[in-house]
Design a protein around this ligand. Sequence first.
Ligand code: IPE
Ligand code: IPE
Ligand code: MG
Length: 235
Amino acid sequence: MKDNILKHLAIIMDGNGRWAKKRFMPRTFGHKKGAEVVREILMESKKLNINYLTVYAFSTENWKRSKDEVNFLMNLLVDYLDNEIEVLHKNDVRMNFIGDINGLPKKVQEKIEECIEKTKNNTSITFSLALNYGARNDLVNAVKSISKQFKEDKINLEDIDENLISKNLSTYKIPNPDLIIRTSGELRLSNFLLFECAYSEFYFTDVLWPDFNKDDLKKAVESFGSRNRRFGSIK
Ligand code: IPE
Ligand code: IPE
Ligand code: MG
C-alpha cells in the first residue's frame, strides 16, 4: 500500500439520462435519483477523511440541452439546496461553488449565497458544486481578471505565474484534485478542471451515476491508494 493521501476528490456525475432510459422513464427521473445519490457519497467521503469533495453538476455546454431539461435541472438544484442545507450544516459541511455563478438564474444565485453564508464556518469537509462550470471559460475569466490587474498597475509581468493563475480561477479556494472519478463509461473530461488536473489520478467506471454507491466509492479510493504518483520525479 502506498501512503497516498486523498485530500480532494472530484466526480463527473454522468449517466443520469441513460439510467432513466433503461427504465423507460424520462431523463428527468434520472436527474432526480442522481441528486439523491450525492448525499450518500458526500457522507461517505467525510467518513473516509476526504477534506474536499467537488461534483460536476452542470457544465457551460449543458445549456445546449432542451429548455425543459435545463429548467428542470435549475429547479432541482434549488430544491436540492433547500432540502439539504440543514443536514449539510449539521454535518459540519462547508458549501462552495465553482463556475460562472453570475450566469445562473437569479433564484439559483440567491440560494447559493444563502448556502455559502450559512455554512461558512464549517470545517469537516468542503463540498463544491460545479455549476455553469467549464474549465476553458474559467481560464478565460482568469486571463481577463489578470489583464485588468496588470492594466491597473496592480501587478507586473513577472508576477504572472502558475500560482497567480490558480488564484484567479473559480477553484481558488480548493486544492488540485488528487482523484477524479467519472461514472457511466465515458472516457473524457468534458471541460472539467483542465488546469487543476495536471497531476490528478483518474478512475473510470461503467456504473451509471444513479447506481453509484458507497462500495463503488471505496473501490475507486482503493485504486487511488495503490497508484504510484511521481509528479515527474523518480521514485
Ligand atoms: C449527468 O447525466 C448529469 C448532467 C450532465 C446534468 P446526463 O444527463 O449527462 O446523462 P447521460 O450521459 O445522458 O446518460
Ligand atoms: C459532463 O457530462 C457534465 C456533467 C456531468 C455535469 P456530459 O454528459 O455533459 O458530457 P458529454 O456531453 O457526454 O461529454
Ligand atoms: Mg452525460
